[in-house]
Design a protein around this ligand. Structure first.
Ligand code: G6P
Ligand code: MN
Length: 448
């Protein structure tokens, strides 16, 4: 199998490659093509992969290229993991929103809309190109905002593009663990959009164990989301939200904490990664320490930096096992390539799963995956509070898609103004002004 990674110079590519190195079964990925627009980043990451592959006989062959067409031809799988505008762009997405007093975050609220407006045109071009050059390839979208970007690509790739996120599976596993259940045997009832979903049940041998968790403050206090939201609120809600819902349920606290922080998350990561890429440019640089440790440290810093708002503290080391984007992506590839039927929470077209949304709306729901792709499984109706958020945010995403397609500034203003975390149309107008000023990639938005 041939895998092409768009955004092949990205910081997380070694994690993906590490996961591939652990797969020795028939039908595994034997060739990885890295494509990136930045030659230095590509060289740096190719060098790390060579280090990882040293001494492993069946390590997948790695090819790096700056030629997109060459990268796509003959691909069985394409991972789309691009970051339009880089981390500098992300930092600006965060900063402009925070200066206007609203949430500045990579995927949620105003920051996420700005990122979507910048990314959708590029992702759409890639989708068209893939449809032409690799029409049979399966495309796994890692690019955030993952639900929105997957929907944009699905207009050209149909059900051949599948979006992924590690947060639902991570949450499900943490809940299973505190309940003493085997995470691999529990069925998680999780529904919503990407970074906007709720665990409503955890079924083990025909029994829903979630009520037992909700009734027990000690158990609720023993895992990350339990501490983040607090047992009282979770009991009242009757579900466990994805950690990103913290930005909705505790919006003021989150905005204030981000405004008080010395740096935005994007600015922090930029500094950190600049150091890495600079080091890798030096041919005499020593080999990296094991990538897994680097990752654990990164994740721990992330939790400490960003989630302390509600005293959530650091993510425990054990939470990092078997989660992660790379594991979800590998499980998905295996299921499709080898027809190994499995169940995964993925971003796919709705097709009636949530009756409030139309068939083409990309949702994040449990799916059965096999050689024919990912098929969403039937879900119980959403409670009204969730219907409200999910339909409002889907309306925002549709306005982003409209703006990206037509260049309409009015549609861009509508996207910001309709978001539940943007509290005034005037703020939305100023956000569009502010973002078009700092992002050259938004020059396509016209005057009306
Ligand atoms: C979670 C989310 C991802 C996000 C990641 C890292 O895993 O599901 O979508 O990319 O966090 O966020 P960071 O702030 O480290 O870039
Ligand atoms: Mn995610």
């Amino acid at each position: 199998m041939k895998l092409t990674i768009l955004g092949g110079g990205g910081f997380r590519v070694p994690l993906v490659y590490g996961a591939l190195l652990g797969d020795h079964a028939e039908g595994r990925v034997s060739r990885v093509t890295l494509y990136d627009t930045d030659a230095d980043r590509l060289t740096a990451v190719a060098r790390v992969l060579a280090e990882q592959a040293a001494g492993i006989d069946d390590a997948p062959v790695v090819v790096a290229t700056g030629d997109l067409d060459e990268a796509l031809r003959g691909a069985d799988f394409v991972f789309s993991a691009i970051r339009v505008g880089g981390l500098e762009g992300r930092a600006a997405d965060e900063r402009v929103a925070l200066d206007e007093g609203v949430l500045g975050q990579e995927t949620v609220g105003a920051g996420g809309i700005a990122y979507g407006l910048r990314t959708v045109p590029v992702a759409t071009d890639l989708a068209r190109r893939i449809a032409r050059l690799a029409p049979d390839a399966w495309v796994i979208n890692f690019t955030n905002p993952a639900g929105l970007v997957t929907e944009a690509m699905a207009r050209y790739l149909g059900d051949r593009v599948i979006g992924i996120c590690d947060s639902p599976v991570g949450l499900g596993r943490r809940i299973a663990r505190v309940l003493g259940a085997d995470p691999d045997r529990a069925r998680i009832d999780y529904v919503g959009l990407n970074h906007l979903g709720w665990v409503r049940g955890l079924w083990v041998e025909g029994r829903d164990e979630l009520p037992r968790l909700l009734a027990d403050p000690a158990l609720l206090g023993s895992f990350e989301e339990g501490r983040l939201f607090g047992s009282e609120w979770l009991r009242s809600l009757g579900a466990i939200p994805n950690e990103y819902l913290h930005y909705y349920y505790f919006n003021r606290e989150a905005v204030r904490a981000y405004q008080d922080a010395e740096q935005t998350r994007g600015a922090f990561l930029r500094e950190q990664q600049e150091g890495f890429y600079a080091r890798m440019k030096d041919p005499a640089a020593p080999p990296l320490a094991t990538w897994d440790r680097t990752r654990a440290e990164r994740e721990a810093t992330y939790m400490a930096e960003n989630r302390d708002v509600a005293g959530a503290g650091e993510r425990e080391e054990s939470d990092l096992e078997s989660g992660g984007y790379e594991q979800v992506a590998l499980a998905l590839m295996r299921a499709v390539a080898r027809n190994e039927r499995t169940s995964l929470i993925l971003d796919v077209r709705n097709r009636g799963t949530l009756p409030e949304l139309d068939a083409d709306a990309v949702v994040e729901v449990p799916c059965l995956v096999d050689a024919n792709g990912a098929h969403p499984v039937a879900a119980d109706p959403l409670p009204y509070h969730a219907v409200g958020l999910v339909t409002a945010v889907k309306a925002v995403e549709r306005a982003v898609l409209e703006a990206a397609e037509s260049g309409s500034r009015a549609a861009a203003v509508r996207a910001f103004a309709l978001h539940p975390l943007v509290d005034s149309v005037s703020v939305a107008r100023r956000l569009v002004e502010g973002y078009t000023r700092v992002h050259p990639g938004l020059a396509y938005l016209g005057r009306s």
